[in-house]
Ligand binder design. Structure first.
Ligand SMILES: [Cu+2]
Length: 109
């Protein structure tokens, strides 16, 4: 008896959008993006400061808990949540104005 096994190699990329809280400037945005860009299983990460959202592209489902752990391990006031379910568990960082309308990020980024 003979078996013929055909492997179909398809590239199915899932895109998931998450809510990110704790970002106050573009440096924060870059930091979060960097964290997830280097995360195993994630092929691409795009973070929007304006929408407080991250779009993560992955080939296999990465559990939210793992993403949250990665975010926590990075330090900083950032956290990742299911889209639209961010709880304000992180106190709003204080913004300091220098008189020229420039805000400084508490993360110094
Ligand atoms: Cu920042």
């Amino acid at each position: 008896m003979q078996f013929k096994i055909t492997v179909i190699n398809y590239n199915l990329i899932m895109k998931h959008t998450y809510t990110i809280s704790g970002m106050t400037c573009n440096g924060c945005r870059a930091h979060v993006e960097h964290t997830f860009s280097n995360f195993k299983g994630i092929s691409n990460a795009t973070v929007s400061l304006e929408n407080a959202e991250a779009v993560l592209e992955m080939e296999t489902e990465v559990p939210l808990k793992k993403l949250q752990a990665a975010m926590k391990a990075e330090g900083g006031p950032y956290s990742i949540h299911e889209l639209g379910t961010a709880i304000d568990e992180v106190a709003e960082p204080k913004k300091v104005e220098d008189g020229n309308g420039v805000f400084y990020c508490p993360m110094h980024c």
